[in-house]
Design a protein around this ligand. Structure first.
Ligand code: MN
Length: 348
């Protein structure tokens, strides 16, 4: 297991020098955030990012993420050109020996929450989701009312996109994912890059849009779509853990033995009702995810990939990007390393 930490590039208020001071963390998860979706990533731009991270005494272990253009998910004729560019970006990663690419295949939105600052009993704030609050959101004016998505789409852009998806059900979306992977997996394998698909967050349909990467059966179907070691997953305990029927340790043992877990996001959520949850501090006692059992399963399958803490709470008066403050995530990765050390040394 390689402890890692997400950094949002030079615009991130958290300097690399602070990440360098978190015990055990030498690996960074980052991306080029200003390349328009659908454009190929230039090797030079990526090399600059990598050098910047290395100058701080760290290494760029994972690209999270290269967004997949909606035309690819919709199966539009323009997808071939877009997939070619995606493969070019993957090759740029390979040239620079950046080994893992985390991406997702969620229509229109990726992560979704209904409250970015839910007050917890200890005075901290965390991201929260409630299906009933989502139902009450009016999308006719675009993403203006959506927490975290304010300026993404105008009303007409969003309505056009939602209309385009009316003919794309879950089955069609699987077909489009297969089409994408049949072309990108060989390019990744040749470039020495492992693809790590992030599960849908939350793992159910929202706004009538299909979401397919939600449970054990879906993850197995995904890795068999193109049966190559380069075609794997990001195991995100917070996303998958929002669905109580997901047995996370069992899923890890199955996918891990197949050698398809290339990256782990470890965090906790407290499920408070049907399709309702809020995020919490990382330790098992604070939520519905048993991080001890999760890490024990990862240890049992000899997981050697990068692992990062995921969304943290806002604590100690910190302000910034919701879910991505420094303090609680630093506590999270320190906790995860403590669990890992204890499991490894008791096994020995
Ligand atoms: Mn995640």
């Amino acid at each position: 297991m390689i402890p890692a930490f997400r950094w949002f590039g030079p615009a991130d208020p958290i300097p690399l020098g602070h990440i360098r001071q978190i015990p055990g963390v030498r690996s960074v998860v980052s991306a080029l955030y200003d390349v328009p979706i659908g454009e190929a990533w230039g090797r030079d731009r990526l090399a600059t990012l990598k050098a910047q991270i290395e100058d701080a005494g760290l290494c760029l272990a994972v690209v999270e993420s290269i967004p997949v253009h909606e035309d690819i998910k919709l199966g539009r004729p323009t997808r071939d050109r877009l997939i070619d560019r995606y493969c070019a970006s993957v090759r740029a990663m390979g040239d620079l020996r950046i080994p893992v690419l985390c991406y997702n295949f969620m229509p229109v939105f990726d992560w979704m929450r209904t409250d970015l600052a839910r007050r917890l009993p200890d005075g901290s704030t965390a991201l929260a989701y409630d299906d009933r609050a989502l139902d009450a959101i009016d999308l006719s004016r675009g993403t203006g009312e959506l927490p975290g998505w304010a300026a993404t789409y105008t009303g007409s852009e969003l309505q056009a996109l939602l209309a385009a998806y009316r003919t794309v059900d879950a089955g069609r979306l699987w077909d489009h994912l297969g089409y994408f992977l049949e072309r990108v997996v060989p390019a990744a394998a040749q470039a020495g890059v492992r693809l790590a698909l992030h599960p849908d967050d939350p793992p159910w349909s929202i706004f009538g849009l299909p979401r397919i990467i939600t449970d054990a059966a879906a993850l197995e179907r995904l890795v068999k779509l193109v049966d190559d070691p380069a075609n794997g997953v990001t195991f995100c305990t917070g996303s998958l853990g929002a669905l109580p029927e997901n047995d996370l340790p069992a899923m890890i043992r199955r996918l891990g033995r197949m050698g398809r877990i290339h990256f782990a996001h470890c965090r906790n959520v407290r499920v408070t009702g049907e399709r309702q949850f809020h995020e919490t501090a990382h330790p098992s006692a604070y939520g519905s995810v048993d991080l001890f059992e999760v890490l024990r399963a990862l240890k049992d399958v000899a997981f050697t990939g990068p692992m990062r803490p995921d969304h943290g709470r806002m604590i100690w008066g910190e302000t910034g990007r919701p879910g991505y403050g420094l303090y609680d995530r630093a506590l999270g990765i320190t906790y995860l390393q403590g669990l890992w050390e204890a499991i490894a040394r008791s096994d020995a």
